[in-house]
Design a protein around this ligand. Structure first.
Ligand code: SAH
Length: 484
């Protein structure tokens, strides 16, 4: 068993580091070293074009030679990146003899220091190392951390670095200082940076420095789009908001798969609204948001699809603004976009549709407010939300206003989910088809010439039922990637 490594962040600015080797690996190491403003000297018989470019620009020094121990004399560190085991061993031995730290790329046994995988947010660096034993695992973790830390960390680290003196003067005792940071980080500061409100963030920070008494924590609401169901369609911002939430107020439409990714110890409250069955009134949703935000909680208002597409997100924002509750909005993939993609239907297509309309038509009243003349036009795609109950009226009006009875449609039920079903047909038979297949909510109607393409372009789940075009794509060989 090898001993644990001592983690170390070295200040290499202006200090010379020797890189042995002039190939692609040496190039990567050289770039990483230049980032730290080290003085890099490369020893190698030849250089890659990029290294040659750095040399021509005067950013590195080149010793056109093979490795010799004397070259270590002026250096603080050495990195052997030659891919030649004999040379690498010679570098390691020469460094050891001089009590100098050496890294041999991809050779933990020969190395006396390891270079970790790094996540950087301004002055903040997170280094991950497996001690050279499992570099892939370290890189994997690095990528996960990369998605976890949004850009507000950069601003926070810069601000705290800039104000270090002032913070120390104000809170000389470490325990006080820790409490101050905890308070500031739990408050609105990270959110203000995420919102790119830098002046406000700074102002808030200075105000909290001056305050004697700790102020009550102010809560906030993130109105977040959860997408159509497939958890893979969440954005990183949505995931981060869910990870920070104290309270999640979610619609019924939000899938289990998505909810599973949220913070475990958060409080989850279903505020589902459905045309039938139990529902929470919009006023109650507003009241819950207000109550929890005022109690200092970070609230996530999680909505199916996108919050601003038939999601009443606008009303919720107006309410929050009226009551002085800070908010942010995270868009989500709306049902029309997701259902089209998962059914193999391009919403626009050069040959078939030059525009898309997102429409909702869930009751008779909403029917009368629609501009049927324009909805009935050709060469456009209609994506109709919440349309299952009113399909008959929809068909009759569209045909009455001139849309061809032969216009293709696709009904996508449970789009992007395991249970996804796609029905194809023509406008003339739309309500009958939906009825005979017992289409249930959530379902989205895509109407227009493009809908027929589902017959050939489908790729997810079962092929569409009732497709007019041949569904031969199942028998095609898997597509191959063409080299450019
Ligand atoms: N804000 C949501 C829409 C809310 S309205 C969004 O942007 O997607 C609810 C309607 O959206 C449903 O009645 C249905 O028509 C549609 N819908 C939402 N998710 C769906 C899914 N996974 N599959 C099919 N339709 C869906």
């Amino acid at each position: 068993m090898t001993a644990p490594l001592f983690p170390l962040f070295a200040d290499l600015q202006g200090r010379q580091v020797l890189v042995v080797g002039g190939g692609a690996v040496a190039e990567r190491k050289t770039e990483a070293l230049l980032h730290t403003r080290a003085r890099v000297r490369v020893v190698a018989p030849t250089l890659t074009p990029a290294l040659a470019g750095l040399r021509a620009a005067g950013r590195i020094e080149w010793l056109q030679a093979v490795f010799a121990p004397g070259q270590l004399d002026d250096a603080w560190l050495v990195i052997a990146a030659t891919g030649d085991p004999t040379v690498n061993r010679a570098v390691a031995a020469a460094a050891e003899a001089r009590r100098m730290l050496a890294n041999v790329v991809d050779d933990a046994a020969l190395s006396s220091f390891q270079v970790p995988a790094i996540v950087e947010r301004g002055p903040l660096q997170v280094a991950v190392s497996s001690g050279g034993g499992a570099p892939m695992l370290a890189r994997h973790l690095r990528r996960q951390l990369e998605t976890l830390l949004d850009d507000s960390w950069t601003s926070l680290a810069e601000l705290f670095t800039r104000e270090r003196q002032r913070i120390r003067q104000r809170f000389p005792r470490p325990a006080e200082r820790r409490r101050f940071f905890e308070k500031v980080l739990a408050g609105p500061l990270p959110r203000l940076f995420r919102q790119q409100l830098h002046a406000q963030a700074e102002h808030h920070f200075l105000a909290s420095l001056d305050e004697a008494a700790p102020q009550p924590r102010t809560g906030s609401v993130a109105v977040v789009g959860a997408g159509p169901g497939d958890a893979g369609l969440l954005t990183l911002n949505a995931l981060r908001a869910m990870n920070e939430a104290d309270v999640v107020l979610h619609d019924r439409l939000v899938s289990e798969d998505v909810l599973r990714l949220g913070r475990r110890d958060a409080t989850y409250i279903e505020v589902g609204k459905s045309a039938s069955g139990h529902s929470t009134r919009q006023d109650d949703i507003h009241r819950l948001m207000l109550e929890h935000a005022r109690a200092g909680h970070r609230v996530v208002r999680l909505k199916g699809g996108d919050p601003f597409v038939f999601g009443r997100g606008g009303e919720e924002l107006e309410f929050l603004r009226t009551h002085g509750i800070p908010y942010e909005v995270v868009p989500g993939i709306t049902a029309a976009v997701a259902c089209a993609a998962y059914a193999g239907i391009p919403l626009t297509h050069r040959d078939h549709a030059q525009s898309v309309k997102l429409v909702t038509a869930h009751c008779k009243d909403s029917f009368d407010t629609l501009d049927w003349q324009s909805l009935a036009q050709e060469r456009q795609t209609l994506a109709v939300y919440m349309g299952v109950a009113g399909l008959e009226g929809l068909r009759d009006r569209l045909i009455a206003h001139g849309r061809a009875a032969s216009t293709p449609f696709a009904l996508v039920e449970n789009g992007s989910r395991r249970e996804q079903r796609v029905l194809n047909g023509t406008l003339a038979d739309l309500p009958e088809t939906a009825r005979s297949h017992q289409v249930r909510s959530p379902a989205l109607l895509i109407l227009g010439e493009v809908a027929a393409l589902a017959g050939t372009l489908h790729w997810f789940g079962a092929p569409p039922v009732g497709a007019t075009a041949p569904t031969h794509s199942r028998n095609l060989p898997a597509p191959t990637l063409q080299a450019a």
